[in-house]
Structure formats: structure tokens, C-alpha cells
Design a protein around this ligand. Structure first.
Ligand code: PGA
Length: 255
């Protein structure tokens, strides 16, 4: 069965606690939305955002990164339990900015997904090719390698085939923050490749149930076409999620 549509906003290093509270006050979501809505503020803004949004289940929160250890001498890092205590239910893992600016690799992503699942939260695993990789015809090789690095963990496979959830986000690196959007057909092509692998590795029921989001310059004007593209189960929005009106317009298009 196709998963429920998900619309998620990744604020990156934007909107501190006071601005996050303002965002929540100004956010008016359409009544009776069927989509799952999630926001990924900077971790320091999470509590303020949660408080201002209220306790309703309407908007779930997540953090943009965690460390795989549970505690210890890891200056600057956050644990999964801390994120959960602050109100997060989702964690972004392997975002292209983590991979390309901070040098995270597939092993890091795998350890983080394991830790997130172990801590009872839902990982949103980001995969995507660079422009050079795409030009060399490596789209499927790259995104399947990034997905497989995580599915290869027996612990991950066990957990997501029994109790836990996984979300995958396809975010072509050349479309992130560039204004360059993949066409709905580009998104569908990559999502189909990922879906086939999820089904072959996890079986039909679990594999079909993993939401695959598209991310990369999603805006109110292109969200509708992307959300209705075959095999696209939602969107992960960066820049356009910083403004409550534009985020709400995108959520409205998720149905
Ligand atoms: P963008 O970012 O919408 O600003 O391109 C997307 C993302 O990195 O998640």
C-alpha cells in the first residue's frame, strides 16, 4: 500500500528559538490535512517550536543530525535520547550537506540509522547524486550504494521489518539550494529505482510502505507537480520551509 504523503521542512542553520516561535504563531495549516507534516529546526530551537505549536500531533518535529553513541566525550554532538526528550520523533541522516561539507560517509549514515532506530525514532535517510555523477551515468549506482549501506545492517533490516519505520529522501545534490529542480520525471525515475531495491530487500509490504520523499528546490509553485509524480510520496523542503506561508502552501498541495 502506498505510504501516507509526507511534507517535511528542513530549516538547516536558520531560525533560532525566538524566530521558531514566531514561525509557529504564524503557521496556519489547512484544516483536515491528510499528509504527515514534520519540521527539522536547529536542535536549539526545537523546544521553543514544540511549545508554541502546542502538543497536537499535527506537526511532528525532528533534528537534522545525531551522533550514534548514547553519551560521552563527543563535543558538539547530540544523542538520540536527547533529541527524543526535546520532542523529536524524526532524525535526518546523511543529508548531502553532512556528506559533502562535513565529510560524513556511508558508514556514518549506517551507524546513525542504527542508533536512531534503537532509540525509537524514525530516520529520514537522504540519498542523492552530484551533477558529475549524474553526467557519468551513475545515478542508480550512487543512490543504491547509499541505500544499501544502511540496509546492509542486520539490525536495521530487523527493526524496519518488525517494529520501526524508515523514510528515504531522494535529494539530487545539484538541485539543493540551487533553484534547479529535478523534473517530476527525474524524481520518479530515481524513486522507482529506490522502491525496487526496498521491495527486493524488505519484501513487498514493508518495502512499499517506506515513504520516498523528493527534495531539492521544492517551492509552492512546483510542489504540486512533484507530489503528484508517480512514486513520489512526499517532499523535503529547505529554503521554502522557512516562511510559514510558503510552507503551508506546500503542505496544502500534499492533500
Ligand atoms: P532546498 O533544500 O529546498 O533549499 O533546495 C532541500 C534540502 O536540502 O533538504
Amino acid at each position: 500500500m502506498a505510504p501516507r504523503t509526507m511534507v517535511a521542512g528542513n530549516w538547516k542553520m536558520n531560525l533560532g528559538p525566538a524566530e521558531a516561535a514566531d514561525f509557529a504563531r504564524d503557521l496556519t495549516l489547512p484544516p483536515s490535512i491528510r499528509s504527515e507534516v514534520a519540521l527539522f529546526p536547529p536542535a536549539l530551537s526545537l523546544a521553543a517550536l514544540r511549545e508554541e505549536l502546542g502538543e497536537g500531533p499535527e506537526v511532528a518535529l525532528g533534528v537534522q543530525n545525531v551522533h550514534w553513541e548514547t553519551s560521552g566525550a563527543y563535543t558538539g554532538e547530540l544523542s538520540v535520547a536527547m533529541a527524543a526528550e526535546a520532542g523529536a520523533t524524526f532524525v535526518l541522516v546523511g543529508h548531502s550537506e553532512r556528506r559533502h561539507i562535513f565529510g560524513e560517509d556511508d558508514d556514518d549514515a549506517s551507524r546513525k540509522v542504527e542508533a536512531v532506530l534503537r532509540g525509537g525514532l524514525t530516520p529520514v535517510l537522504c540519498v542523492g547524486e552530484t551533477l558529475e555523477e549524474r553526467k557519468r551515468g551513475e545515478l542508480s549506482g550512487v543512490i543504491l550504494r547509499q541505500l544499501e549501506a544502511v540496509l546492509a545492517s542486520g539490525e536495521v533490516e530487523d527493526r524496519i521489518t518488525t517494529e520501526a519505520r524508515l523514510v528515504v529522501a531522494y535529494e539530487p545534490v545539484w538541485a539543493i539550494g540551487t533553484g534547479e529542480t529535478a523534473t517530476p520525471a527525474d524524481a520518479s525515475e530515481a524513486h522507482r529505482i529506490l522502491r525496487e531495491r526496498l521491495v527486493s530487500r524488505l519484501g513487498d509490504t514493508v518495502g512499499q510502505g517506506v515513504p520516498i520523499l523528493y527534495g531539492g528546490s521544492v517551492k509552492p509553485d512546483n510542489a504540486g507537480d512533484l507530489l503528484s509524480a508517480p512514486d513520489v510520496n512526499g517532499v523535503l523542503v529547505g529554503g521554502a520551509s522557512l516562511d510559514p506561508t510558503s510552507f503551508a502552501r506546500i503542505v496544502a498541495q500534499g492533500g
